[in-house]
Design a protein around this ligand. Structure first.
Ligand SMILES: [Zn+2]
Length: 329
């Protein structure tokens, strides 16, 4: 798979987008479906937005002064379902409608919209420039916990299929399942499809928060919970195992990975909005942490990828073939 590795260092090398016309979407083929990503709006976020709960200090500014970010909207096309994950900002900031049309997608053909939460940059685009529903034939799906106000989700314009618990969202389209994503807002929820996990606003500046997940944007309403959610996500996209010492098989000292690594699809992960792999070096290693983003056109793995084997275990000639244990003498 062809991926672009980005590191904290490489962020310094990013330059302004080229002046050539970009295609309106980045496309990723899946097995039986296609993922398209649209950049609804560009954005960068200054360090003053971030702090660690209980500590008023802000992170050091990155090169250029602000953290790379984006406003992305995802579209999954599977059979007769056209499913948006969030709806973007809407006019005047958002360009989703124009980009969908430029990409050959009539907004009236969108069948479903999975909302990650109720903030303006995710639900503003539900309303078209004329004040009517921008996606007139879409059904909305959203977490609305008891006591939460569904009004920002615009149930006045759409059929809203609200669920009070992600586990109860059993009727989502195209094989999506909902997962808890607590911490950002009361309605914040994740959606999973195969190896894709749509994480909404779990990350606002991935260059910062993957490496120090304790940093919260000021928009995280329950910061301590948001930190725990972010940490869990990093574990699920963490695919490397600390390197062993030379000439020695080192037992895995890190917690075993008990779930498949996932592609994290984030509304504010720099376009095209996907982190496909996170590399966390050992604390003692002289390496920088890094993460990969897939290039457009990269196939989405159908099956969970196993962790990368960094240790080749040589089989003893006299070992038990099932367990590799030496014979008892
Ligand atoms: Zn957002």
């Amino acid at each position: 798979m062809n991926r672009t590795k980005r590191t904290l260092l490489s962020a310094a090398l990013l330059v302004a987008p080229a002046a050539v016309a970009e295609p309106p979407s980045a496309r990723f083929p899946g097995e039986g479906f296609e993922l398209r990503v649209y950049q609804d709006a560009e954005q960068a976020i200054p360090p003053s937005i971030f702090s660690i709960p209980g500590d008023g200090r802000h992170p050091d500014p990155p090169p250029g002064g602000a953290f790379r970010s984006s406003c992305n909207v995802f579209l999954v096309i599977e059979g007769d379902r056209r499913v948006l994950v969030d709806a973007g900002n809407g006019a005047p900031r958002g360009s989703l409608l124009a980009k969908l049309r430029a990409d050959g997608v009539d907004p009236a053909t969108i069948t479903d919209i999975l909302l990650t939460h109720e903030h303006r940059d995710h639900v503003g685009g539900l309303v078209g420039p004329d004040g009517a529903a921008a996606f007139p034939n879409a059904t909305l799906h959203a977490l609305v916990p008891p006591g939460a106000d569904p009004a920002p989700l615009r149930p006045d314009l759409y059929e809203l299929r609200a669920f009070a618990d992600p586990a109860a969202a059993t009727n989502l389209p195209a094989g999506f399942v909902a997962e808890p994503g607590p911490g950002h807002t009361p309605c914040h929820v994740f959606y999973r499809k195969g190896t894709l996990l749509f994480v909404g606003d779990a990350f606002h500046a991935v260059d910062l928060q993957i490496f120090v997940p304790e940093y919260c944007a000021k928009w995280d309403q329950e910061p301590a919970t948001a930190v725990a959610t972010r940490r869990a996500l990093i574990q699920r996209s963490y695919t490397n195992i600390p390197k062993p010492k030379p000439n020695r098989i080192t037992p895995l000292s890190s917690p075993p990975i008990d779930h498949p690594p996932l592609f994290l699809c984030g509304a504010h992960i720099p376009f095209p909005g996907i982190v496909s792999k996170i590399h966390l070096p050992m604390a003692s290693a002289n390496e920088s942490p890094s993460f990969d983003t897939p290039d457009p056109g990269t196939p989405i793995p159908a099956e969970p990828r196993p962790p990368e084997p960094l240790v080749k275990i040589r089989r003893r000639a006299d070992a038990d073939p099932a367990t590799n244990a030496p014979p008892v003498r």
